[in-house]
Design a protein around this ligand. Structure first.
Ligand SMILES: Nc1ncnc2c1ncn2[C@@H]1O[C@H](COP(=O)(O)OP(=O)(O)OP(=O)(O)O)[C@@H](O)[C@H]1O
Ligand SMILES: [Mg+2]
Length: 394
């Protein structure tokens, strides 16, 4: 069953948190939060990603329902309004804006879920199954994001049923083709240009295949492509095709929040933030988590922090990182200079030649978690078990 993409629009942080945390308990709902600030009456302002239904928390006097009522029927998406009880004017406005349901506050969870399920049933044929989108980025350049993205994608693609594509979104300096020793003829830039006429079959013409079966949509290397030159709808269209066509889409992102990366981060199922053990990395990771959760309203539980090149000699350990970033769990990939540099230099993924090395095993743990098959062991337990073997504490 594919998930219903819900755009939750409100002016209140409290309402946003309360409603989204309840909805996120349902595995078949995917919530994107949007807080509107004074001055704008368009609930879709700056929303780039494709959504199935809008859940609008209505507060009188800001004009959102009036704005929606004015838009053409073709442009409207299914709408459910949460508003004050016994307010005939609010109910009338909701009807005019095309709402299929008006749910009075305080919101009853059952009533809300059943209204959303109704929309989901109506859209059944339109909501297509889509693969998981995983963004990999770093808190500072050179942390190992591309290494993690490549090897995670390689590991995921080994599972026979997991069709995986690796996408290089470092449009200016991307080098994933080097990591896989491939010479792409086409890539992201050409795919974006053609996105408006592309379908699942023709999209494969832009992909380069590794001999393991892993597919790469490479970054452009011949000419400069700036993210501001890419129309948002082409990027959205390309992502939709990639997600429909694959079980996993692994996107390697440079550390920059611009229109394209914001769109991708907002709709990612998981964001892997690769850091190293230094104060500078941790400070930047904290800033990145702040931007993701506050500016892009990404729920914190979609962010996974990966401490790469981990060494017991550092004065900063895993617990310090967790405490500083206020997170419960981190994933650790040990520092294995020789094997990793050899893999990067030869273009043979570590997971191909050395999957049982310490770093390889750490990637396997991450891969199992991404696939949702790791044990619900406590973070301390996992860390405790993983650490001694490669830190020589046993
Ligand atoms: N676990 C590791 N152990 C040892 N070396 C590593 C490890 N992970 C990455 N490296 C090394 O770090 C270097 C940088 O890695 P990578 O290119 O993946 O970083 P990045 O975060 O993608 O950098 P950029 O910001 O340039 O995109 C690589 O040359 C690689 O050899
Ligand atoms: Mg990189």
């Amino acid at each position: 069953m594919s998930r219903l993409r819900i755009l939750l629009v409100t002016r209140s942080n409290t309402v946003s948190e309360a409603i989204s945390s309840r909805l996120q308990e349902h595995a078949d709902f995917f919530v994107t939060k949007k807080i509107i600030s004074n001055g704008s009456s368009d609930p879709m302002h700056n929303v780039q990603s494709k959504q199935d239904v809008m859940l609008l928390h209505y507060a009188p006097g800001f004009g959102e329902l009036e704005h929606l009522a004015k838009s053409t029927i073709q442009k409207r998406m299914p709408l459910i309004v949460l508003g004050p009880a016994n307010d005939p004017e609010a109910m009338r406005l909701a009807m005019r804006a095309g709402a299929s349901d008006y749910i009075s506050q305080p919101v009853q969870q059952d009533e809300l879920s059943s209204a959303l399920r109704q929309v989901s049933d109506q859209l059944k044929d339109k909501i297509t199954e889509h693969g998981k989108l995983i963004a990999v980025t770093n808190s500072k350049g050179g942390s190992g994001a591309s290494f993690v993205a490549t090897n995670l994608a390689y590991a995921l693609n080994q599972g026979k049923t997991n069709r995986t594509i690796l996408v290089d979104l470092d449009l200016q300096f991307g080098g994933l083709s080097r990591y896989l020793d491939l010479k792409p003829k086409r890539g992201v830039a050409e795919a974006l240009e053609a996105a408006d006429q592309m379908d699942e079959v023709s999209s494969e013409a832009y992909v380069t295949r590794h001999n393991s079966g892993l597919r790469l949509l490479a970054a452009h290397t011949e000419r400069l492509l700036l993210s501001r030159d890419v129309p948002a709808e082409n990027f959205d269209g390309l992502l939709q095709i990639l997600q429909r066509n694959n079980d996993y889409v692994i996107a390697d992102l440079p550390r920059r929040i611009d229109m394209l990366s914001a769109m991708l981060l907002e709709r990612s199922d998981q964001i892997l933030l690769v850091v190293q053990q230094s104060l500078a990395h941790i400070n930047d990771a904290a800033r990145m988590i702040h931007l993701l959760t506050k500016e892009l309203a990404v729920p914190k539980d979609r962010i996974k922090v990966i401490a790469n090149r981990y060494s017991k000699k550092s004065i900063i350990d895993g617990d310090d990182i967790k405490k500083a970033l206020k997170i419960e769990r981190i994933w650790i990939i040990p520092n294995q200079y020789q094997q990793v540099s050899e893999s990067v230099d030869t273009g043979i993924p570590l997971m191909q030649d050395a999957k049982n090395s310490a770093a390889g095993k750490a990637i396997q743990m991450l891969e199992q978690n991404v696939r949702g098959i790791d044990s619900e062991e406590s973070p301390a337990g996992l860390l405790g078990r993983a650490l001694p073997s490669f830190l020589g504490r046993r």
